[in-house]
Design a protein around this ligand. Structure first.
Ligand code: ADP
Length: 543
């Protein structure tokens, strides 16, 4: 028997309609490439996103066609989020930190018809436009007067003039099937060509509902939210959608991601909740510590994308009274899978025991199912000890990649995350490694994340990466590559001694390599593939 409830489809346009009607005066603040701080609100974003939709009609971009963005976090990008997807086109966010050749490959693979770019990225457009035969329009996110005039550019339209032409016109969002594609994002592709996750209106809305829950982002109309995590990578963890659903104020950092710019913006706009990867928060903490300044409004920060070092959780909580929510997810999961919020029973634990829980990546959101499998495909117990390959399923997990000419990545309906994890009886996962980074020593596995976390809890260590090096007897042994904090000293023996009592003796790294920097990928994560390449000539010390 069919239920007798209204079957309206879950569409992204309903979010901006809602935000306009109920939270029209909630502010949208953006630091711009123009150098100033721009003030808008949900009502204006609503109006201008409809202008975007009409302007796309005028260019005769059909439903389902891809409209790409190469842009920082800001109000114009937000208008494109709603104008493009709301009008049944597909928003394709491009990562400007990739190499120009990779960006051109991605634009070509997605067959983007329009590319909207920030003027900061003129050098990229110059380098790639000749290799993008499908692109019909290049739109610069600026006023007519600020149009870049470089002769190496193709014909460029000013975004402001383009949408101004639609001022005063009316527009009704089209209604269509909620399984229609809404946006796409290519994974960084550390191996092989990048692959695209193609999100739907339904998956995006369900993800937004779930992330708004109290034990997840727990955001409200009273919050002022700073997504430092980029809108060009997995939709800034869905915050542009969740904030419309909650009616929250949004504060966009634009290109200003250094500690000083982020701190000043937080203080200026009363930011209560922020989201980002550990490398960005490290820059913020490094800026604040020597000045002795504090946060006056920030209450919670969500940290994910790579493992959050204990020292960072500790610094936020003990020095600044800010709660850290450790989260895990991936492009293929829209991206959120788990968030670490404590249960009542954890509140009774000592602070040391509590920290052990906080270091975990947390428990699944409603909607995400998880399991871990052993080497022969057997399901492993959720006892917090057994670790294996982590598989997930759910309505915002991919079924297949866009234009994938190989088999679907799913195994019996489950998506293999490529991560190795434990799951405890309360459902908290702990990621021990990417499966390709696991260190196998004498038939046992050593967690590189654990080795890194210990090193990073040493006061002199700024960053640490642990990799396995071939060993004739043990197969592989761990070494830890370390960047020291400025003006600190540490010798190998001291750091190796620091591991004593914290992990089993055989897990302690064989060596410490001090370097000036660790290569980072396009999403701010340590690039261990590159690090291994750099250390090709390295051999373990003979004992
Ligand atoms: P890519 O880096 O390929 O662009 P994603 O940004 O989707 O891909 O990254 C997903 C991966 O990042 C996860 O599979 C996991 O390995 C890692 N990751 C994300 N969050 C965490 C976390 N909190 N702790 C450890 N690893 C994490």
């Amino acid at each position: 028997m069919r239920g007798l409830m209204q079957g309206d489809h879950l569409l992204i346009s309903s979010l901006i309609e809602f935000a306009n009607k109920n939270h029209g005066d909630s502010e949208i603040i953006s630091r711009r490439v123009e150098g100033d701080i721009h003030r808008s609100n949900w009502a204006t974003i609503y109006k201008r996103s409809k202008q975007v939709a009409r302007a796309l009609d005028r260019l005769q971009i059909a439903a389902g066609e891809r409209v790409a963005t190469l842009a920082w976090n800001g109000y114009r990008h937000l208008e494109l989020y709603y104008g493009v997807s709301g009008s049944e086109r597909v928003l394709h966010t491009l990562n400007p930190r990739l190499l120009p050749d990779q960006i051109a490959w991605i634009i070509d693979h997605a067959q983007d018809q329009v590319v909207c770019f920030e003027t900061t990225f003129v050098p990229i457009i110059k380098a790639i436009h000749a290799n993008c035969p499908h692109v019909k329009y290049w739109i610069a996110l600026c006023e007519e007067a600020a149009l870049p005039l470089d002769p190496g550019l193709p014909k460029v339209i000013s975004y402001e003039s383009w949408i101004k032409a639609e001022e005063g016109g009316s527009y009704t969002w089209p209604q269509f099937d909620e399984n229609t594609a809404s946006s796409m994002c290519y994974t960084s592709g550390t191996t092989g060509h990048p692959k695209a996750a193609l999100y739907s209106h339904r998956s995006t809305l369900l993800h937004a509902f779930s992330t708004c829950q109290v034990d997840v982002f727990g955001i409200s109309a009273r919050d002022s939210i700073l997504p430092v995590v980029p809108m060009f990578h997995v939709n800034a963890w869905g915050l542009p959608y969740a904030c419309a659903m909650a009616g929250a104020k949004l504060v966009f950092p634009g290109p200003g991601l250094d500690g000083k710019s982020v701190y000043e913006l937080m203080e200026l706009e009363g930011v209560t909740f922020a989201a980002g990867v550990p490398t960005v928060w490290q820059m913020l903490l490094n800026y604040m510590a020597p000045l002795g300044v504090k946060f006056s409004s920030l209450k919670r920060t969500i940290i994910g994308g790579s493992a959050c070092p204990p020292a960072m959780i500790h610094a936020f909580q003990e020095n600044y009274g800010v709660e850290v929510l450790h989260a895990w997810g991936m492009t293929e999961m829209s991206p959120l899978g788990t968030v670490c919020t404590l249960k009542n029973k954890h509140l009774k634990l000592s602070s040391e025991e509590q920290m052990k829980v906080r270091l975990k990546q947390g428990r699944a959101l409603f909607g995400v199912e998880m399991k871990i499998l052993g080497d022969s495909g057997e399901e492993l117990p959720h006892d917090g000890i057994a670790f294996g390959d982590l598989y997930v399923k759910g309505p915002w997990v991919i079924e297949n990649y866009y234009r994938n000419d190989q088999e679907s990545p799913l195994v019996k309906g489950w998506f293999p995350t490529g991560d190795v994890a434990t799951i405890d009886p309360d459902g908290f996962i702990q990621i021990t490694d990417r499966s390709k980074d696991v260190i196998k020593s004498g038939g046992e596995w050593i967690s590189s994340i654990e080795i890194e976390n210990i090193a990073m809890s040493h006061p002199s260590v700024l960053m640490a990466a642990c990799i396995g090096v071939a060993h004739p007897k043990w197969d592989e042994r761990p070494v830890v590559v370390v960047v020291l904090r400025p003006e600190t000293k540490l010798d190998k023996a001291d750091l190796l001694g620091f591991y004593e009592g914290k992990i089993a003796k055989w897990q302690v790294p064989d060596d410490v390599i001090f370097v000036d920097g660790i290569p980072l990928g396009a999403t701010g994560k340590m690039l261990k593939t590159k690090l291994r390449e750099q250390l090709k000539a390295y051999s373990l010390p003979t004992k």
